[in-house]
Design a protein around this ligand. Sequence first.
Ligand code: ZN
Length: 279
Amino acid sequence: MAELSNKVILTVATTGAWPSKNENPAVPLTPREIADEVYACWKAGASVAHIHVRDDEGKASMSYEKFKETLGYIRATDCTIVLNTTTSGGLGFDDDLRMKPFRELKPEMASYDCGSMNWLHNSVFENHPRFLEKLGPAMLEVGVKPEIEIFDAGMVYNALYYLKKGVLTAPLHFQFVLGAAGGMAATVENLVFLKSLIPAGSTWGAFGIGSGHLPILYAALALGGHIRVGMEDNVYYAKGVLAKSNVEFVERSKRIVKEFNKEVATPDEAREILGLRAR
Ligand code: ZN
């Protein structure tokens, strides 16, 4: 693993549940648009694609058919990027709907949101213990690695509890999501604190939402973590300047990683670092 210690996994989250064409006309929404954008980001050097889909109106969705179409387009190409699908997709979706895409389509990773929270001061992002206790074993059963998303410190303690109970198995992979209203703010101090809570031998990445994007990207690199970019988290390339595509974010972070004397992991190196099942 020694030669992998200098490698940084670069995840691109092209779409997410919320950004619309009104906020940035370049956000990809249809299966074709998402697949083409993932392909372009892979060509530009991204290691992992975190995937959401939208319905025909462009709204948040957990439609199995849309996931099937999107992954189908990507898999029909020579693209080797690691596929990571959401199990949330938005708010209020039924448990089975949330689990069907990874169960049937078997991406190598899927998100595991490790607790509930008030969401943007107007609703609840529910991840009931009943759901999390089903989700871990269901992912294990099909060989899908959970990406444990952490919005607040209590969610790390939930993960430790599920590790002890066998709902999750080591080594864990954490994704710290900072700057979502209702969760922890996107500060370097919060990231240092969260990192201090996770078990030795875990892997982790982090990203900040909106204006927290660059501070957390630089802090994650400095602390030895992996990084994530993309329009799910931030539609601006700079203050007042909309990103032209997700590729712009991938290219910038590749430059930053290089200047930092590290290298972006290839998809296969990401597979090795994360202990993913063979593709
Ligand atoms: Zn997501």
